[in-house]
Design a protein around this ligand. Structure first.
Ligand code: NAP
Ligand code: WDW
Length: 318
């Protein structure tokens, strides 16, 4: 399990590892930490890595991936790398530029998954968060369906193996799905998802459309002051998760991650701490090994007595 992570099939035939490594850290964290943490994550067995143009760490994350390829730990095709087009690049003529900039930073030829980071277009230009003199964000009028068509072109150009969306609601997903001339469906919708916002209805809708839901902030987020309300409750301090962790001799983080996997959600976990990166990976490897160990070739449906039929299927090993 450590070398070959469990995956789920996307609607376009590619496979996504069910546990991904989140790479976003707040501004105060030195960028070089992303290289260090991503290398540790790959060594620990993570094969799915999530970043975005917005995070401004793709140079550092790319360096980690390339160094783990160079030292023989992995091959490029073993890694599933996600990037995202930022709001200031929604104009169809800019989408591929944003992806090419990411690839240049990464020094990679393609990303495995390219997402529309957020459904709102903002004014193109130097600033990733363009604001007017009153500090108000400057929006742009680009239809998400037009941005989607540019995403389809990125897939056709081979720059992205799969394409999807992030932070889309049901109505926005339906607008893409119902777009006349739709060439590729979004393979996933990456959204905030954890026990305090479990996204049950969106998950059911996505499942009904063969769209994989990918959970971010599944551990309750990094609580970065720039983005997170500091008075919100700390997920991993939740007493119910705490008592479950005790019951199963695990940690609240592992309970929160396992919760997503068990309901068919692909889950991201960010940590820049070696001990916790390894802890989060244990989840699939250890538990899967234990269950793998239960195999005893017990077949419940007993059709013995029919072995003389030329097509009796159960004489071969498998
Ligand atoms: P997260 O995965 O919810 O968790 C982050 C925090 O939990 C980290 O600060 C980490 O601290 C701590 N942690 C990790 N493992 C732990 C463990 N085993 N025990 C205790 N604490 C643990 O963070 P997130 O950054 O909000 O979300 C994850 C990723 O999703 C991001 O990095 C990004 O790639 C993606 N994301 C996408 C969007 C979007 O709009 N599409 C939005 C937000 C996030 P340490 O680092 O100190 O260990
Ligand atoms: C919309 C969506 C900003 C930032 C952001 C807007 C967004 C992110 C935690 C991890 C994002 C928070 C990384 C910042 C307006 N998504 N991150 O992905």
């Amino acid at each position: 399990m450590n070398s070959k992570q469990q995956t789920v099939r996307l609607s376009d035939g590619h496979f996504i590892p069910i546990l991904g490594f989140g790479t976003y850290a707040s501004k105060e964290v030195p960028k070089s930490k992303a290289t260090e943490a991503t290398k540790i994550a790959i060594d620990a067995g993570f094969r799915h890595i999530d970043s975005a143009a917005l995070y401004q760490n793709e140079k550092e994350v790319g360096l980690a991936i390339r160094s783990k390829i160079a030292d023989g730990t992995v091959k490029r095709e073993d890694i599933f790398y996600t990037s995202k087009v930022w709001c200031t690049f929604h104009h169809p003529r800019l989408v591929q530029d944003c992806l090419e900039q990411s690839l240049k930073q990464l020094q990679l030829d393609y990303v495995d998954l390219y997402l529309i980071h957020f459904p709102m277009a903002m004014k193109p230009g130097e600033s990733l968060l363009p604001k007017d003199e009153n500090g108000k964000f400057i929006y742009d009028a680009v239809d998400i369906c037009d941005t989607w068509e540019a995403m389809e072109k990125c897939k056709d150009a081979g720059l992205a193996k799969s394409i999807g969306v992030s932070n889309f609601n049901r109505r926005q997903l339906e607008r893409i799905l119902n777009k006349p001339g739709l060439k590729y469906k979004p393979v996933c919708n990456q959204v905030e998802c954890h026990p305090y916002l479990n996204q049950r209805k969106l998950l059911d809708f996505c499942k009904s459309k063969d769209i994989v839901l990918v959970a971010y902030s599944a551990l309750g987020s990094h609580r970065d002051k720039e983005w997170v309300n500091q008075s919100s409750p700390v997920l991993l301090d939740d007493p119910v998760l705490g008592s479950m962790a005790k019951k199963y001799k695990r940690t609240p983080a592992l309970i929160a991650l396992r919760y997503q996997l068990q309901r068919g959600v692909v889950v991201l976990a960010k940590s820049f701490t070696e001990k916790r990166i390894k802890e989060n990976m244990q989840l699939t490897s250890e538990d899967m090994k234990i269950i793998d160990g239960l195999n005893k070739n017990i077949r419940y449906i007993d059709v013995s007595g029919w072995e003389d039929h030329p097509e009796f299927p159960f004489l071969d090993e498998y």
